[in-house]
Design a protein around this ligand. Structure first.
Ligand SMILES: C[S@@+](CC[C@H](N)C(=O)[O-])C[C@H]1O[C@@H](n2cnc3c(N)ncnc32)[C@H](O)[C@@H]1O
Length: 264
């Protein structure tokens, strides 16, 4: 096997090639909510607190998995992400659909001026590195939501991040999907609540035995619930609630993912 390329890449510049396969594996192994469950959850919340919802913003839409699910359920969807490679994957899923569009922007900035009935975000705000970035992001979401609109997003718990680190190190986990192979591990850092996701990836070139090799490191952060809720309130949100992993259950000691619901 020949391998080309070994400079570390920016987060989500190469991973998108195998993102959807890695996602299936992670949902299963780490008990994350499938996108259909996320969509069921947000629809229920919208019905109860959001009023009429037509226009939805998927913040950090990634490869467009939730965007596609919401589009199929009849919503007018906008996907925003900073990664051009992720947006290319998303574009393939929504091509030709008039009710969907994509925007490239890097949080905390949101390069949009129109109003939305609802904003959702999955698996992404865990990457925001500090409370200032989180607060600015919440303020910008607040600015874009119509009064009464809802913001639903998730965060990993510290317990979950610790278990990911235990599960994936010292041996990396291997995810294979056709020509794409990912070796994944997560390590704790010296800073409390901060973790590094390491991915070493190989992509076999078409009709050849040549593999392109890339590596990426993504930072993950686990925040106390009170801190996130406090930042939401400072940004102007009300009726802030936290649920267990896109269900209507309260969070507890086994919670993997905290689902925040905030109303503008
Ligand atoms: C784990 S993926 C989740 C993608 C998608 N929401 C999903 O559920 O599959 C995290 C996404 O957040 C995006 N992201 C991370 N930090 C960002 C930032 N500061 N601004 C915009 N996008 C960001 C990444 O590019 C990536 O696509």
């Amino acid at each position: 096997m020949l391998a080309q390329g070994h400079e570390p890449s920016l987060p989500y510049s190469f991973l998108p090639e195998g993102y959807d396969a890695a996602d299936v594996w992670c949902v299963d192994k780490f008990r994350l909510a499938p996108r259909s469950q996320v969509a069921d959850f947000v629809q229920e919340i919208w019905k109860e607190r959001g009023g009429q919802v037509d226009k939805v913003l998927d913040l950090c839409c990634g490869s467009g998995l939730l965007l596609r699910e919401l589009l199929q359920r009849g919503y007018d969807v906008t996907g925003l992400d900073r990664s051009a490679a992720q947006l290319r994957q998303a574009e393939r899923k929504i091509r030709g659909q008039e009710r969907a569009r994509l925007v490239r922007s890097e949080l905390p900035a949101i390069a949009l001026e129109e109003q939305f009935d609802a904003v959702v975000s999955t698996g992404a705000l865990v990457h925001l590195p500090n409370d200032v970035t989180l607060l600015r992001t919440f303020e910008n979401v607040h600015r874009l939501l119509r009064p009464g609109g809802t913001f639903v997003f998730d965060m990993y718990t510290k317990r979950h991040a610790e278990s990911l680190a235990t599960y994936t190190t010292p041996t990396a986990r291997v995810i294979e999907d056709g020509p794409f192979t990912l070796l994944m591990s997560i390590t704790r850092t010296a800073i409390e609540g901060t973790y590094n996701w390491h991915g070493l990836m190989y992509l076999r070139e078409e009709n050849s035995q040549v593999y392109v090799r890339r590596s990426e490191t993504h930072q993950l952060y686990a925040w106390p619930q009170e801190q996130i809720a406090g930042l939401g309130a400072r940004a102007g949100f009300r009726d802030i609630e936290v649920f267990d992993n896109f269900t209507r259950q309260p969070t507890g000691s086994q919670t993997v993912c905290e689902t925040y619901v905030m109303v503008r």
